[in-house]
Design a protein around this ligand. Structure first.
Ligand SMILES: Cc1cc2nc3c(=O)[nH]c(=O)nc-3n(C[C@H](O)[C@H](O)[C@H](O)COP(=O)(O)O)c2cc1C
Ligand code: SF4
Ligand code: SF4
Length: 440
């Protein structure tokens, strides 16, 4: 069994799976349940001045049979008194010394940040997470994403916190994705002295509009408001932002990855892009704390299959494989290939290529490619055949094909040396090569 233990800026946990700050981390009762289930750490529901919530507060994007592909909330920080939260953190820490408990904080003035840092330290928290990310409600009061969207303010508030916390307790700055350049925010956290960053918090969203009363959900007495989006739909955005921060030398901070993590594979992808730990909220709200066992077993099995002993053996391995577009090889070519033993003859690939891509698939008589009949219920139905000389390798047909492994993208030799956009421009200007001809 590989060693799954994790460390984020010195905050240690027996595995990298932490409960993210949110409804599942609201009380000691839930913290005990989470740790009993096997979670390695937990970031407490953000503590600050207790705020009342509106009742209706969640909505979701359902896509066909999949519920909660995206999840939206207009919930604020903890409704419970800070003294209650800190007392419960103390109790939980006593009972679970080997797990990581991080106090998420959100207050306003320098004095109050100092006070809350002291209280988190007194409660025995292993770390502090600064919630600079909440995109609704708190930002209108000058907190949450009102801070996280302004790098200068991130730097100032982080430095206030570090005045009290430095050398005593690690500080994680939680970033909002509602910003054009995530690295500007991450660099500001670094300049402010943070020990780590976590990302992403939720993305501004409206999930749907009711077409009878014309109010989006969540519905609050005839009105709604933009909320924060999370769940599986946001994972690609989160991965991009984690990669951006992990590859930026001016950030240079350990990362806790958050956003849509539901399976061990999601978690492994965040780790491969540089995350030291991962945090989960929506998947727990959907399926409960028990999912952590699948996360642990799946990650351990994956690591064994690859011969990885520790998380560090593959952490960040994907980071150098993401580069600027201008560094990609213009001469690299791969084309679609259909495995007719798997094809069901739905012809979705043909439609996609014909209407949505580069018209490189023909529909042909099955006999012309050596098949006795179409694999569809209609024996004579034409079957797709890829014209590989015209295929640009865009991947679309393989993405729409409903059968796994039926369309594969196969590299083909071009007998041309690799050529990046930058090299292409240089060689063109030097008159060494002719322009690549435009498509007809
Ligand atoms: C209902 C709800 C409440 C949340 N409350 C907080 C919070 O109090 N503090 C915080 O830092 N993040 C909060 N979050 C954001 C999550 O911690 C997390 O960053 C985000 O949901 C993305 O992760 P996920 O896709 O696993 O849910 C909340 C999220 C949800 C869904
Ligand atoms: S989409 Fe896939 S299964 Fe359907 S016809 Fe094309 S190759 Fe066959
Ligand atoms: S990879 Fe793109 S261009 Fe090639 S056959 Fe598929 S859809 Fe058409």
């Amino acid at each position: 069994m590989p060693d799954l233990s994790a460390s984020l800026a010195g905050i240690r946990s027996p595995n990298p799976f932490w409960v993210a700050s949110g409804p599942p981390s609201n009380t000691a009762y839930q913290c005990h349940r989470a740790f009993e289930a096997g979670w390695g750490g937990l970031v407490w529901k953000t503590i600050g001045d207790p705020t009342p919530n509106v009742g209706s507060r969640y909505s979701a994007l359902h896509y066909h049979q999949h519920r909660m592909v995206g999840f939206n909330n207009i919930e604020l920080i903890s409704e419970r008194a800070p003294e209650t939260n800190f007392k419960e953190i103390y109790e939980c820490k006593k009972r679970w010394p080997d797990r990581a408990i991080v106090a998420s904080l959100m207050v306003d003035t320098r004095e109050r940040w100092h006070d809350f840092v002291d209280r988190a330290i007194d409660a025995g928290a292993d770390g502090i997470e600064l919630n600079f990310g909440c995109p609704h409600g708190m930002c209108e009061r000058g907190m949450g994403s009102a801070v996280g969207q302004n790098p200068d303010v991130i730097e100032v508030i982080t430095s206030w916190v570090m005045e009290k916390a430095a050398g005593k307790i690690p500080v994680i700055v939680k970033l909002t994705p509602n910003i054009t350049q995530i690295t500007d925010a991450a660099r500001a956290a670094s300049r402010g002295g943070a020990n780590a960053i976590s990302l992403i918090n939720t993305i501004k969203s409206i999930t749907n509009v009711n077409l009878d009363h014309f109010t989006p959900e969540p519905y609050v007495n005839g009105l709604s408001t933009s909320g924060g989006y999370c769940g599986p739909a946001v994972k690609p955005i989160a991965l991009h932002m984690v990669q951006s921060c992990a590859s930026d030398p001016q950030v240079n901070l350990p990362i806790s990855g958050i956003g849509g993590i539901t399976t061990w594979r999601d978690a492994a992808e965040f780790i491969a892009l540089g995350a030291s730990t991962v945090q989960v909220c929506t998947a727990i709200m959907h399926y409960g704390f028990r999912i952590v066992q699948d996360l642990i077993d799946g990650l351990a099995e994956y690591m064994s299959s690859k011969g990885f002993q520790t998380l560090d053996d593959f952490r960040g391995r994907a980071v150098p494989n993401v580069t600027k577009w201008e560094n990609l090889d213009l001469h690299y070519k791969r084309v679609a290939h259909i495995d007719y033993s798997r094809c069901i003859g739905c012809n979705l690939c043909y439609i996609a290529c014909e209407d949505g891509a580069y018209q490189s698939i023909d529909l042909v008589d099955p006999a012309s490619i050596g098949l006795e009949r179409s694999p569809s219920p209609i024996p004579s139905k034409p079957i797709p055949k890829i014209r590989q000389e015209d295929c640009v390798g865009c991947n679309l047909c393989s993405l729409v094909c409903p059968v796994d492994g039926c369309i594969t993208m196969t590299p083909v030799p071009t007998n041309r040396p690799p050529l990046t956009w930058k090299e292409y421009q240089e060689q063109l200007q030097a008159g060494l090569i002719a322009p690549i001809p435009p498509h007809p």
